[in-house]
Structure formats: structure tokens, C-alpha cells
Design a protein around this ligand. Structure first.
Ligand code: COA
Length: 179
């Protein structure tokens, strides 16, 4: 299977919308609004075009991943560290389980590192992201701005020690509708 990962183009937007909607349709832990989140994030200041990626199979879009900027804020030291949030990743239901998600994550990591980002946070499946090196946020003294099981709140350092001295609470941009 020849999967090609490339940067999403503006004209991919309707296909990406439908793909994300479909992928999350059967997801238990979903508000089924992820397709709208993508629309909003792609217009936000945290959007990085190089980190909005589609997976193509025979010119058909079968997967999508988006990494956007967030901050880790420490109220005590009044410091703020820029990181990335992985949200969402989606693979068309009929193409799941064929390593397309893995390829999207690997390519997103590669590009994020190239762009000098040090870390990525994610709220997601506790048994999926550790395959790619994600660890529990709590181990780094970093927490989400809402209550969620520790096992679902994860992060990865793209360079060893990238988060040395960084702790605090994740601050999502308003597009996530969290504040
Ligand atoms: C999660 C998702 C992106 C994974 O994409 P995928 O292409 O099916 O994943 P891969 O084929 O690369 O799977 C890699 C590994 O993760 C496992 N895996 C896949 N989906 C998983 C899930 N939801 N939970 C736990 N493990 C999962 C696979 O079995 C595989 O394991 P293996 O390496 O031991 O064989 C895809 O299933 C999807 O779009 N799901 C609906 C949307 C969603 O839940 N997004 C993530 C929100 S946190």
C-alpha cells in the first residue's frame, strides 16, 4: 500500500472535514465536533501549515493529522513555554489498522522537530500514543486545565531534555473552547 503523506492544501478542507467527521462517528469518547475544531484551528494564530498533514492513497485522502501551538504556563514562575497539541488525528474507518495513523504521527513528529518544536501534548487513547513514545504528562509536572484521567494526558519530548525545567498547566487557545 503506497501511502503518501503531504501538507494539506486549502482545497482539501471539505474532504478533510468529511473524513474527520466520519472517523469520529463511532468514537465513544468524542463530542463528534472534531471536524469543526479543525476548521477553527486552521484559521487560528496557532496554525502551522506544515503541521496539517493528509495521508493519500491512490489520490484519495484517507487520513489527517493536525498539530497546533499551545502553551504550558507556570503561574508560580510566571513563565510560558510554547509546545504543540496533537488534535485531531483521524483515519477513514475502512482504512484503519493499516499503519496510516502511525505514518501520520511519525511524519508530524519529524516536521515538528525540524521546525524546532521540543514537545507535543495529546489527550487521547491511553494504549495508542505510548507506541510512539508518549508518556504521562504528570511525570513531567504538567497537567491539563481540566479533569481527565492521567493515563489519557500524555506528551512526548521530541528532543531529550526539551522539557527540562518546564512544568505547569496546558493553556489551549480559545478555539478549543476549554476556558
Ligand atoms: C486512532 C486512529 C487515528 C489510528 O489510526 P490507524 O491508522 O488505525 O492506526 P495504526 O494502523 O497506525 O495503528 C497502530 C497501532 O495502534 C493500534 N490502535 C489503532 N487504533 C487504536 C485505538 N483507538 N486505541 C488503541 N490502539 C489503537 C493498532 O492496533 C496498532 O497496533 P500494533 O502496532 O500493535 O499493531 C484511527 O483508528 C482513528 O481515526 N480512529 C477514530 C478517531 C480517533 O479516535 N482519533 C484519535 C483520538 S485520540
Amino acid at each position: 500500500m503506497n501511502i503518501h503523506i503531504r501538507q494539506a492544501r486549502p482545497d482539501d478542507a471539505p474532504t478533510v472535514f468529511a473524513l474527520v467527521q466520519k472517523a469520529f462517528e463511532q468514537e465513544e469518547h468524542s463530542d463528534h465536533q472534531e471536524q469543526f475544531l479543525v476548521e477553527k484551528l486552521c484559521l487560528s494564530t496557532g496554525f502551522i501549515p506544515e503541521l496539517s498533514l493528509v495521508a493519500e492513497l491512490d489520490h484519495k485522502l484517507v487520513g489527517y493529522i493536525l498539530l497546533t501551538k499551545i502553551k504550558i504556563v507556570n503561574e508560580n514562575s510566571k513563565t510560558s513555554y510554547t509546545s504543540l497539541a496533537l488534535a485531531p488525528i483521524a483515519v477513514s474507518p475502512e482504512f484503519q489498522g493499516k499503519a496510516i495513523g502511525s505514518k501520520l504521527i511519525a511524519e508530524a513528529h519529524r516536521i515538528a522537530e525540524q521546525l524546532q518544536f521540543g514537545s507535543i501534548i495529546v489527550l487521547g487513547h491511553a494504549d495508542y500514543y505510548p507506541k510512539f513514545g508518549y508518556k504521562k504528562m504528570i511525570e513531567y509536572g504538567i497537567k491539563m486545565p481540566f479533569d481527565a484521567p492521567n493515563e489519557n494526558c500524555m506528551l512526548i519530548e521530541l528532543r531529550q531534555g526539551a522539557l527540562a525545567g518546564v512544568s505547569g498547566t496546558v493553556s489551549y487557545p480559545k478555539e478549543f473552547g476549554i476556558q
